[in-house]
Design a protein around this ligand. Sequence first.
Ligand code: HEM
Length: 268
Amino acid sequence: MRRLNVCVLGPAALIITAIAIALTPMTSNAAEPVAGSRLPALESSTSASADDATCEISDAAITWGIKESLRSYISGTIANGEWAVSDGATYETPNFGWSTGSGVLDAGEGVIAFDGALRFTGHDGILDTTLSSLELSFDGSTTAHLIFDVSGTTQDGNPVDETGVEFADINIAGIAVTDGRATLNDAPVVLTETGSAAFGTYPAGEALDPITVNFSATESCMPAPKEAVTALARNTAVIVTVGVVVAAGGLVFYVARRRGTKREPTTK
Ligand code: HEM
């Protein structure tokens, strides 16, 4: 009986450990909803317990041309249009500008909001699209999000009036904090599915103009972003871990049983 306990308890403990590992949420870069953000909650968060990991930001600035070909089209002879900036947004060829963006960053996660609206018009008013209430959302990963309220008419003539559209993704792998300022220069930007649907012309994944962002920050509130852990990578890691532990448990069980059998006194 005692021998049986040793044989069974060892592998059982290993299997329980494997299950515990499998059920433990892995650290991911996905964010909790941030107060004031329009983003839905993502699945889990990197914890940020230290207060010094939090920065209140009020001086963020963005320069971004949206898309060079769009500006050429609007201002050219086809659309014969223009754009107007208001509520704090600016335009200086070839970039739109947003300044005094404010928000809170906590260990690389948070939202910075900007005032300002861009209105594109053309084709004698048939083309009329406004992008406003820009937010820059960070989740600790190398992909940040540009969120806009979008209103107007798509190329197909469908009316659009949506708030908090996750419009474009920015690759922020190159963001760096130097002398108290986070700086991201000419980072790649692509249109998202929802941005494509709201804008109504370019497909998702379309490259937009590179973006430049900067704001006051410390290395604690804006640490180097991490590659997001994909669901596939996480599930693969869990399956491999469980497999290895179960195999090890089986081996221990097998060896223990063989030893136990050898020690069994022979009865005559
Ligand atoms: C009278 C109606 C319209 C006409 C005749 C028209 C015509 C055109 C043409 C000919 C192009 C190709 C331009 C090029 O390749 O250089 C174009 C592109 C485009 N149109 Fe329109 N369009 C109309 C309405 C609209 C509307 C309502 C929108 C609203 C969003 C729109 C947005 C665009 C965009 C974003 C492009 C792509 C620009 C680029 O990046 O090259 N158009 N349109």
